[in-house]
Design a protein around this ligand. Sequence first.
Ligand code: SF4
Ligand code: SF4
Length: 93
Amino acid sequence: MAKKSGHFYIDESCIGCGACDHACPGKVDAIYAVKDDFLGRFAIVIDECIDCGFCIPLCPVDCIHDARTEDIPEGIAGYERIHELQSWAQPAG
Ligand code: SF4
Ligand code: SF4
């Protein structure tokens, strides 16, 4: 698995305000509205996130996380853990 991936994820306490969606750089556009989510929540396409961090300060409920600031290892184990932490969301489709 040589694919590059970001370290940011959104937890299930997102309130769907959409502020982060506007922060994500246009060319990257790694934030998406979770399909058919009854709360209108957002999630991050982890493989497309470039770790810029622009989204974090805009979130009113602090539900966007940088895995590098948490006790999550680098490498495949960390990659899988980040996906697991955002597993409440549907995959981007
Ligand atoms: S860290 Fe940057 S690229 Fe990643 S989701 Fe947030 S705004 Fe988008
Ligand atoms: S800024 Fe936070 S609460 Fe608002 S949509 Fe993004 S992750 Fe959810």
